[in-house]
Design a protein around this ligand. Structure first.
Ligand SMILES: N[C@@H](CCC(=O)N[C@@H](CS)C(=O)NCC(=O)O)C(=O)O
Length: 249
């Protein structure tokens, strides 16, 4: 039995939900309310020491880290293969999986903060409450960043640098897609699963023009094909259980 601990709009959770749908796997949902700090509770920390979603439980065994989880699902279950047969293309696939964490995740998180995360926090808590709550954060680096960001938001220059990094990543995708219909050649793979949720998020951030089809026709075509996949639609149809949340996508 598969149980996924996840949050509806978390890009890393979307990545795993997308993989589960593409593999045709049934799973139980355990929604973790990040803005209710459910991921800091001792029961959850026993599953995920880093206090982040997603976490996968498979027959009582725990797998964390979204990139590790999608490779695990591919290894553990038959069904549609999401890895190219060719060793070089598998290396390219892993390179994109890695870029989804090393480049896309960090920068998308920075660009999402002022627009999406901060208003959601401020709707629920005062700055004093956030300072108090932060004492309970299990990770000291994240604790300091949480207070600093809640107090001041992400700085203009930090945000601009993150948008520049995302634009460079989309340029890189365009180049990669000149060599095949998908990010790792002509086979839909975990590379596309890993990057899809980040492109989905960029589209609702402050600079969706990063994705403009005139400058990036191959990325635009790839994104249309990703969105048309039943697996993507199923994974992204998971509804926000909190109707009061100002963020809708
Ligand atoms: N490298 C981790 C990153 C996980 C991560 O940062 N998850 C975010 C949601 S996308 C989270 O749980 N954030 C909660 C927090 O920062 O307090 C993975 O890929 O699983």
């Amino acid at each position: 039995m598969l149980t996924l601990y996840h949050y509806w709009s978390s890009v890393c959770s979307q990545k795993v939900r997308f993989c589960l749908s593409e593999k045709g796997l049934d799973w139980n949902s355990r929604h973790i309310d990040l803005f209710g700090f459910e991921h800091w509770k001792p029961e959850y920390l026993k599953l995920n020491r880093m206090a982040v979603v997603p976490t996968l439980e498979h027959d009582g065994r725990i797998v964390t880290e979204s990139n590790v989880i999608i490779e695990y699902l591919e290894d553990a279950f038959p069904g549609p293969s999401l890895r190219p047969g060719d060793a070089f293309l598998r290396a390219r696939m892993r390179h994109w999986i890695n870029l989804s964490e090393a480049e896309a995740h960090h920068n998308v998180n920075t660009c999402s903060y002022n627009l999406r995360h901060r208003p959601r926090l401020m709707q629920k808590y005062s700055i004093e409450e956030i300072r108090g709550l932060a004492h309970g954060h299990p990770n000291s680096d994240l604790r300091a960043r949480m207070v600093q960001r809640a107090e001041r938001g992400v700085g203009e220059e930090e945000e601009a640098a993150a948008y520049r990094a995302l634009a460079a990543l989309v340029d890189w995708m365009e180049e990669s897609l000149s060599e095949g219909t998908w990010l790792a050649g002509d086979v839909f793979s975990l590379a596309d699963v890993a990057m899809g949720p980040y492109v989905n998020r960029i589209e609702v951030l402050a600079h969706p023009e990063i994705l403009a089809a005139d400058a990036h026709p191959r990325v635009a075509d790839w994104w249309a094909r990703i969105r048309a996949r039943p697996g993507f639609q199923q994974a992204f149809s998971f509804a926000n259980p909190d109707a009061s949340d100002p963020v809708k996508r």
